[in-house]
Design a protein around this ligand. Structure first.
Ligand SMILES: [Fe+2]
Ligand SMILES: [Fe+2]
Length: 276
């Protein structure tokens, strides 16, 4: 059981953000913007899936998970609120949110599916967020040159994704534990999430006018596909999900814990003053 607290980030997101806020780098900015554009709709879906699954659990199991789910919902609700502010600046820059439109369409088309399927999709997507988060925490150069408030925003979110990486998975195991479906849904999420993320990144680059520049793709290679790039370096952690005895806690969460410990002055915990 994971103790999850809800943290409120002490940063100001009222001031506009630069069009290439991530160190002036077009690709790094476009990729992180694509992630952010997916968060409000995606995180609401995670909240709904986990809440509905909790209600479907037998009484004793429900009591066991109640506190952790409350913390999970509080964290994801805070993420989506802050990323909605961030995305408001992107909308003001004229970026179209295609990834959200596609997700809403898929959610409508699959609304009648049962609670286990939605939870399996959530657990699979949470595996992605956790392994990508861990990568960002281990490779903070991905945010080099970003304003401190934006760097804080991304690393805080990454640390909490790493922290609550087991919640949806554990509720899924408690609800059904069906390995075959867990893998089937993970394959589906891998294809859909990566394609949508790449598609939105391309849209962002087109909007920025840097889609066809050599420097853009050099940076893209460095960020995602180089030896220590996000996709390549996360491949082993991605593959781990297929193991029948996989559990998210097998992945080290030390970088996220360390970040939260070292940056406690930058957030307040609900019911506790900042830095306490
Ligand atoms: Fe989140
Ligand atoms: Fe999450």
């Amino acid at each position: 059981m994971t103790q999850l607290v809800v943290r409120h980030l002490l940063i100001d997101l009222d001031a506009p953000i630069a069009t290439r806020w991530n160190g002036g780098d077009a690709f790094r900015t476009a990729f992180f913007n694509a992630l952010s554009l997916s968060f409000p709709v995606g995180e609401q879906y995670f909240i709904d899936s986990v809440r509905n699954a909790l209600q479907a659990l037998p009484e004793a199991q429900r009591a066991r998970f109640a506190d952790e789910v409350k913390g999970f919902v509080g964290q994801e609700a805070t993420h989506r609120r802050i990323h909605a502010l961030f995305n408001g600046h992107l909308a003001a820059q004229g970026l179209p949110n295609d990834i959200e439109r596609r997700a809403l369409h898929r959610m409508q088309a699959n609304a009648q599916r049962n609670v286990r399927v939605h939870l399996g999709v959530t657990a699979a997507t949470e595996h992605f967020t956790a392994i990508f988060a861990n990568w960002v925490l281990r490779h903070p150069w991905a945010l080099d040159g970003a304003e401190p408030r934006l760097r804080t925003l991304w690393l805080w979110h990454a640390a909490e994704e790493s922290e609550h990486r087991s919640t949806a998975f554990d509720v899924y195991q408690a609800l059904s534990g069906d390995h075959r479906w867990r893998i089937r849904l993970f394959r589906y999420v891998t294809a859909v999430f990566l394609w949508d993320l790449i598609r939105q990144t391309l849209i962002n680059l087109w909007h920025d006018g840097s889609l066809l520049r050599w420097s853009t793709w050099r940076s893209g290679w460095r960020l995602l596909l180089a030896r220590d790039g996000m996709f390549r370096a996360s491949f082993g952690a991605w593959r781990d999900y297929f193991a029948p005895d996989f559990h998210p806690s097998q992945h080290d969460a030390t970088p996220g814990r360390a970040w939260l410990h070292e940056h406690s002055a930058q957030y307040g915990v609900v019911g506790r003053p900042a830095g306490a």
